[in-house]
Design a protein around this ligand. Sequence first.
Ligand SMILES: Cc1ncc(COP(=O)(O)O)c(C=O)c1O
Length: 431
Amino acid sequence: MLNRRGFLTSSLASSLAAGLVMPGNLWAQLQSAPSGLPDRSLLNSNEDAYWREMRQQFLIPPDEVYLNNGTVGSSPAPVLRAIFESYEASEKLNEADPEDYPIWGYASWNKFRDPLAAFVGCDRNEIALLRNATEANSYIANGLDLKAGDEVLMTDQEHPGGEMPWQLRARRYGIVVKKITLPKPVDSPAQVLNLFNDAITPRTGVLFFSHISTFSGAVLPARELSALARSKGIISAVDGAHVPGMMRLNLHDLGCDLYSSSPHKWLQAPKGSGFLYVRDEIIDRMWNTIATEGWDDPKIRAERFQRIGSSNVPALAGLRAAIQLANDIGMDRIERRHRQLGDYILAAMIKRGAQSWTSPDASMRCAIVTVNVPPLPRMELESWLWKERKIRIRGADPHKLRLSTPYYISKQDIDRFLDCFDEFRKKKGAA
Ligand SMILES: Cc1ncc(COP(=O)(O)O)c(C=O)c1O
């Protein structure tokens, strides 16, 4: 077996020989990334230096500031190496077992489910490896027994990949989608709990909500909401697209029935590596959505939901490497860093007169900050920042900005964004 450096060196050599070197010279970039992580002791002596060194693991050019991790993360060198090693190992199709092929979609893949289950605090048999939160949410909305007129209660801040699977079911089979309106910002966990509690009716079959809202960054009290649902015999289904890799997560502790996620956001995993969690007691109540061999086999537990036909194993190798990286850094450290950076940018924007849509309660926010900045036209600002200043943010019309702060950016990066924000505002005469 080739070691990493050997693999990359031989890949680089053969790519050069074949004239296949990619634009930007990816192989060389991966080779030049530090082979190990920064020394932990740096965290105590000079925390900023520690994260600056970590930044070198990412391909994002040094002069670019990426404040849009809420849309998609960037897989760093250890993850990319694992993906390429997996291709190197699998594309030769020379496995010893005559029935062994690199196909995810027909098997248990416990070597990938085990580290994921340990990382998110559940049992391997409760995990189905899927491609993203949208797919997992579709399994949930299609899979539960609900009759016409039964209600699904959600917030008005769900992502289309969370809401639309239910809307499809509503249009086709007559279930009813009901929404509570979340205040902008949400003030306290009790406020959210009361809103849900007051909207529950005898027809409510499912509580569906984002653990972290894509719209406002609000971290909802998922454990309390799941307990509320359980106390009333209602299924709790949580869209956790943003959670793994942003905050510590323990699904058994959370107590929800179903959970979906996209680790290609905050865990910086490869694109297309998602998962569905189904609490063991719920597995036998769920219909499958994609059906092939094993679709209805109760013995394989949640594995039957990952029987999706031939799929891309190297994405799973990348997911495992992303989990390893987060464990090596430490999720407590990552979460702390996310909170520091989020608080830093939020305070600076409030100082500039922005209206915060992120909760004033520190327990209800983490690394996604949203602010409303009328009268600034957000799309003009977003385009100008990217085209003229190499800073990526995301917003929503007319004036909302969503600022995501992954652990590897620095306070200097944030200051650069703030200076540019001031510059743009001055240009627009709105200072
Ligand atoms: C809360 C939430 N759910 C679902 C999705 C959809 O994620 P994916 O495109 O990875 O399926 C997103 C994407 O931003 C999201 O923020």
